[in-house]
Write a protein that binds this ligand. Structure first.
Ligand SMILES: CC(C)(COP(=O)(O)OP(=O)(O)OC[C@H]1O[C@@H](n2cnc3c(N)ncnc32)[C@H](O)[C@@H]1OP(=O)(O)O)[C@@H](O)C(=O)NCCC(=O)NCCS
Length: 427
């Protein structure tokens, strides 16, 4: 039995239970804090706040550990597929052969969009950002399947497969629309990632034959992005879900949260940064000096993490994958060389060492995506496809936990009561 935490406030003593997780993390359960003491806590950016108990993903940021349902990310990246990992995250166990086959069939059966949905793409301007289109279209799908709005858990398997399958069809259609090519329909003969490559890169009369190494790299990228516990977008999904919102509305909100450059948008920002350094022939020492100068407003994109204070384990895998795929495709990308030099310079520099700033997942993922022919504005979309199983798993977990609606408090710092002044009397 762990001793309760003791708090002294206003001359009184209070006790709060200590919760211990399965990996021995300790948390003080303050759910009765306000009712017992009248106080609330203030935690800017939630760096010390556990918003839930979750059995999906474990991260040890100090040691650089990431596990999905207990299984190390390195093993999944090497041996699993995205579809199998999605099952693991959502349902908690590795699937049996029969479960995996059934899930794959379900994904195939949901790969098409309703014909009416394809017409929505005409309404977006060609310059429309695919993340905006993705978020809007995920919500639009629910209009064609009203049963989704009922949150009926008997249909959950079907809704989860529908979302996971259609998200890549929407992503590819958004891409085709943006480059003025006809939308390519999915083909049931392909597996999940090959089908995505087909929809992205086939053109009339010239079908893309997905390269198995590229498909493997795509599987790895998706697996490595599939969940990351209570990050900004997943917390958004859980927050929206807590109001009783359906799976599609909740995950569509997750896409919006992911879009920001401090979150999923960082993979595109890394490429922009490397391109900027390359095109303008910027000396890397000067660039690192600028990043360290707080007045410059520039950060080293793809570096640093709220939780990892060590090398992000996903970045390690992606660094090796980038080498492999560039070799295989015989791509000589100057941006990879800049990325390596930048990493080396930063890891030696006391500014980064003192702050425990290491490359994160976004540092190398963009190089791979670029090598396989994806445009920068699709990078965060790929992150969203990859993160979908995690969002679905968290939505389900919230639902199963019958959690309360999430509603933080605040410390009000505005005006004290004052009177309304008529417009002609205002100074
Ligand atoms: C990920 C990120 C938002 C985490 O932010 P955070 O946990 O709030 O960390 P902080 O902003 O408090 O940073 C701590 C210190 O490191 C510095 N820092 C953090 N990331 C930095 C970066 N990428 N480049 C330069 N300095 C950085 C901060 O300026 C701060 O310095 P200070 O203590 O002197 O004020 C942040 O590291 C970042 O902006 N990284 C670049 C964007 C990125 O790659 N995002 C993808 C995340 S997967």
């Amino acid at each position: 039995m762990t001793e309760p935490a003791k708090l002294q406030l206003d001359g009184k003593s209070f006790e709060f239970p200590v919760i211990v997780g399965s990996e021995d993390e300790h948390a003080i359960d303050i759910s009765a804090l306000r009712s017992k003491t009248g106080y609330i806590t203030l935690d800017d950016g939630y760096g010390n706040t556990g918003s839930c108990e979750s059995a999906i993903t474990f991260i040890d940021g100090e040691k650089g550990i990431l596990r999905y349902r207990g299984i190390p990310i390195e093993q999944l990246a090497e041996h699993s597929t995205f579809v199998e990992t999605a099952w693991l995250l959502i349902w908690g166990e590795l699937p049996t052969k029969a479960q995996l086959a059934r899930f794959s069939d379900l994904l195939t059966s949901h790969e098409m969009l309703h014909e009416g949905l394809y017409r929505h793409f005409d309404g977006f301007p060609p310059s429309g950002h695919p993340m905006a289109i993705l978020s809007a279209m995920i919500n639009a799908v629910s209009c064609y399947h009203p049963d989704i709005l009922l949150n009926d858990m008997h249909n959950f398997d079907d809704s989860a497969a529908r979302l996971l399958s259609k998200v890549r069809t929407i992503a590819a259609a958004a891409f085709k629309t943006s480059i003025g090519q006809p939308i390519v329909y999915p083909k049931p003969k392909f597996d999940y990632c090959s089908n995505f490559m087909h929809m992205m890169f086939s053109i009339p009369f010239k079908e893309c034959e997905p390269d198995p190494d590229v498909v493997r790299a795509l599987n790895q990228i998706f697996i490595l992005h599939a969940d990351h516990e209570q990050n900004c977008s997943t917390s958004t999904v859980r927050m929206v879900a807590s109001s009783g919102a359906n799976l599609f509305a909740s995950c569509s909100a997750g896409v919006c949260a992911l879009w920001g450059p401090l979150h999923g948008g960082a993979n595109a920002a890394v490429l922009d940064m490397l391109e900027h350094i390359h095109v303008n022939k910027i000396d890397l020492k000067d660039y690192v000096a600028k990043v360290k100068d707080k007045t410059s407003g520039i950060r080293l994109m793809g570096f640093g993490h709220r939780v990892y204070k060590n090398y992000d384990p996903r970045a390690k895998i992606l660094k090796a994958a980038a080498d492999k795929i560039l070799d295989k495709l015989k791509v000589n990308d100057p941006l990879l060389a800049i990325a390596r030099q930048l990493e080396e310079a930063a890891l030696k520099d006391s500014y980064f060492k003192d702050r425990n700033l290491y490359p994160n997942v976004d540092f190398y993922s963009g190089i791979i995506m670029r090598a396989i022919g994806l445009p920068v504005n699709m990078f965060t979309v790929l992150f969203a496809i990859g993160r979908m199983p995690g969002w679905i798993a968290h939505w389900k977990e919230m639902h199963d936990q019958k959690s309360r609606i999430q509603r933080p408090r605040q410390v009000y710092t505005g005006y004290q009561p004052r009177d309304y002044v008529a417009v002609d009397k205002r100074g």
